[in-house]
Design a protein around this ligand. Sequence first.
Ligand SMILES: Cc1ncc(COP(=O)(O)O)c(C=O)c1O
Length: 388
Amino acid sequence: MVGRGPSARSSVDPFRVMQVLAAASARRATGAATYDLTAGQPSTPAPSAARALVHESLESQVLGYTPTPGIPALREGIAALYRDRYDLVVDPASVFVTTGSSSGFILSFLSAFDVGDVVAVVSPGYPAYRNTLQALGCEVLDLPCGPQTRYQPTVAMLEQRLAQGQRIDGLIIASPANPTGSMLAPDEVAALAAFCAARGIRLISDEIYHGITYGTRQQSCAWTTDRSGIVVNSFSKYFSMTGWRIGWLLVPEDLRTAVDALAGNLSICPPAISQIAALGALDAIAECDAHVQRYAANRRILIDGLASVGITDVAPPDGAFYVYADVSHLTDDSAVWVSRLLADTGVAIAPGIDFDLRRGHRFVRFSFAGSDMDVAATPAVLGEYLTR
Ligand SMILES: Cc1ncc(COP(=O)(O)O)c(C=O)c1O
């Protein structure tokens, strides 16, 4: 049709991290020195048990459609992960396997919210929450969070908004969070969950970085799924399987029929081969924990290295694999600064504007998920650049 163009709802911000990543990859392809601390993705492949099971299944199985909520053995295996990791009983019937947590978010938002519903989202935060909600016709309520609350929302913040007459239908929390890595303490998670349950606010807990923590105790909202909360998780990060596009939801009973119907229509089922890989990955806890030890070493190197070049104002990196740093002493436009840094030194990092539309121009995000060599080299390269 002539002149119709894209829908208004599709006018969402791009994910700028992916643009920096593409620029860094293009630079590396030319042979120029590149230190890529852009993406939140492990440099390691899927666990060996996952790959072994895939090899075997390619020869022995048809790999047709699976049940919409996932292969029963995988749903049971995920439920068992909650027993082993958190000592929590999870009903396999609440587990819905999804095409990455990204499609888990679409299913959560579509099943829980109507057009015009107001969903509170923390900034700085993962941009896809905001952009996906907007594309689906929801209203995003920005909750600016800073160092005073460890970049996390509080019950007091929500109470204040409600007292001002603000409508809130949903709340998304992430602990550990992207881009800050900061975590909510278990009692803070419990308080937010209780508050939401009492006020009829649908809580969506993004737990995709669970398993990647550095001493702080992680608390799953899995117990809230008996009532109203939705838990979102993924094999991408802890299990080192970003490209396999496989994740899961824990869905409360009142939403299961809706999620099943939506998932069946939107994608029929998650990819069969990735479900098989995920089944293998569940047996690879020791291998995945070894990756976390490597992240812990890189985290120390990066935090100390950044401090040595005067970048000391960082969010508490309790978990995940990011350092979110205030660089307002270096720039008031971190997007421009980041692209100059890449062009001049080969150091690739993410601008804060992706994660916080209002204050992100003062911040940048370093990821230490990738190559050890890139992480180790970055502080010296940065130090030399800053004294030029
Ligand atoms: C906080 C957070 N949630 C969700 C995702 C999406 O992950 P995936 O779709 O690979 O499961 C990411 C990816 O970086 C993330 O950082």
